[in-house]
Design a protein. Structure first.
Length: 452
């Protein structure tokens, strides 16, 4: 198994490209930025939307046993008491009296997890660490005009609890029966002690979580099923298999509610780090909410009645987008020039095709190119560019990961053919202009092989 990232990417290079090309900006930039907050620009929005859409396609659209939910971010405060978050969603925090920095006590001494403070490891001879104390990661807010004890509420630190508290609504309003899942995509908030590494660990991020409710005696089988299904999802979107692994948690690492958890880890330039966790949560959550709310949360069938067990694949949309960017980032020399290219799977690429008249100022070429672009953009995300030299335009499309470029030149005027350029192989092929849309749609559906 590999132990270091293979390729040209570093987190810094990917962050620089993301900023330069309009994927991701530091948040509140003109005020000096807000630590570990990021704003998504045009291409970043499109990329992250594609990640979420692929998740939804695989978990909901292509199955018949999973339904969607979009619950509120601020839930009844009792939800977080019953779930154990008010009492236990905390990390052990230590302060260094010498340098005034804060660390997670459980991360001191770790080198490649992406959470180690980069400037100050908290373990040099000068360090004077305080005792560890528990720091709750939930962001507090208050509801209503008067701020008192009764008005305290929390921004959700995970989307999962919104699913559990809707179990009864969903089972009584939709045609579902265990085994079935409820899936949700949305923002979560955690007051992380040591955020960092660009999109890897932020205080505000988006999760893609699914709670899959099963008869208790089927939970082991479904747990294994979902670990493999989720691994295949990343591979199917082009992630290099050599950079993806399943890491089962050690027994002493397991959460109190979990009888099994495996992390899917990606080999980032900062080392193997969690992309997604898949946990067998038993009946812990439904039981806790049933007890606290006094509402029965059983599955009641014709002849049976039981508290389902739950398998939870919990992924991060931003962290997945970062992993796909890192995996796709490449640099190479082409005809003496350095090119940077994002070899994103076509389904993830923000723009699928660029339409480029060879000479931007040539009215004859523009007259052919514009209608082609206007027709294509109705079928798939397309871009038109007639600025700068053709070489510069190709480089720009390479850097945003556009898999195909169509070039209209003087031969087009003579014989109705255009050039289709492949981002990865750089092959150029002449095709009839009127077949362009059909060819692109075919290529988009065709199997795609990631680089070695
Ligand atoms: P970690 O060990 O990295 O803190 P976790 O085990 O607490 O993560 P979960 O609670 O299982 O994470 O959350 C599920 C997923 O949500 C993670 O695998 C990750 O992809 C994403 N995620 C969690 N915290 C963050 C964060 N601070 N920033 C970005 N994504 C996050």
């Amino acid at each position: 198994m590999l132990d270091t990232y293979q390729g040209a990417a570093t987190i810094e290079k990917v962050a620089a490209l993301a900023r330069r090309r309009g994927f991701v900006y530091p948040s509140s930039d003109i005020y000096g930025g807000l630590g570990s907050s990021y704003d998504y620009g045009h291409y970043g929005v499109l990329l992250k939307q594609n990640v979420k859409a692929e998740w939804q396609r695989a978990l909901v659209q292509e199955r018949e046993d999973v339904v969607m939910l979009d619950s509120a971010i601020i839930l009844h405060p009792q939800v977080w008491v019953a779930s154990g978050h008010v009492g236990g969603f905390s990390d052990p925090l230590v302060d260094c009296r010498t340098c005034k920095l804060r660390f997670r006590a459980d991360h001191l001494g770790q080198s490649a997890c992406g959470r180690k403070p980069s400037k100050h490891p908290g373990e040099t001879a000068d360090c004077d660490l305080t005792e560890a104390r528990q720091f709750n990661l939930m962001f507090e807010t208050s509801i209503g005009p008067v701020r008192d004890e009764g008005s305290v509420a929390y921004l959700r630190p995970e989307t999962a609890q919104g699913i559990f508290v809707n179990f009864k609504n969903v089972t009584s309003s939709l045609r579902v029966k265990p085994p079935f899942g409820i899936a949700q995509i949305g923002k979560s908030f955690r007051n992380e002690i040591t955020p960092g590494n660009f999109l890897f660990r932020m205080r505000e991020f988006e999760q893609m979580e699914m709670e899959f409710f099963v008869p208790p005696d089927e939970s082991t089988r479904w747990f294994e099923y979902w670990v493999e299904a989720r691994r295949q999802w990343y591979l199917g979107l082009g992630m290099r298999e050599s950079h993806l692994r399943v890491r089962p948690h050690d027994p002493d690492e397991l959460s109190h509610y979990s009888s099994g958890t495996s992390d899917l880890e990606y080999l980032f330039p900062i080392g193997w780090s969690e992309l997604e966790g898949i946990a067998n949560r038993g009946d812990y959550d439904l039981n806790a909410h049933a007890t606290a709310s006094g509402t029965k949360l059983e599955w009641i069938g014709h002849e049976e009645r039981y508290l389902p067990h739950v398998i939870e694949p919990a992924a991060g949309a931003d962290r997945a987008a970062l992993a796909f960017l890192v995996d796709a980032y490449d640099e190479e020399e082409v005809a003496g020039d350095q090119r940077t290219v994002l070899r994103l799977h076509p389904r993830l690429a923000p723009v699928k095709v660029a339409v480029l008249p060879l000479i931007g100022k040539d009215a004859g070429l523009v007259e052919k190119a514009r209608p082609l672009y206007e027709d294509l953009r109705r079928a798939l995300p397309s871009e038109y560019d007639d600025s700068a030299s053709i070489g510069k335009r190709y480089r720009r499309q390479d850097e945003i990961g556009t898999p195909w470029a169509l070039t209209i030149d003087h031969d087009t005027l003579a014989d109705g053919t255009i050039t289709i350029r492949d981002r990865d192989s750089l092959e150029q092929e002449r095709i009839p202009l009127e077949r362009a849309k059909a060819i692109l749609l075919e290529r988009l559906e065709a199997p795609w092989t990631p680089r070695a």
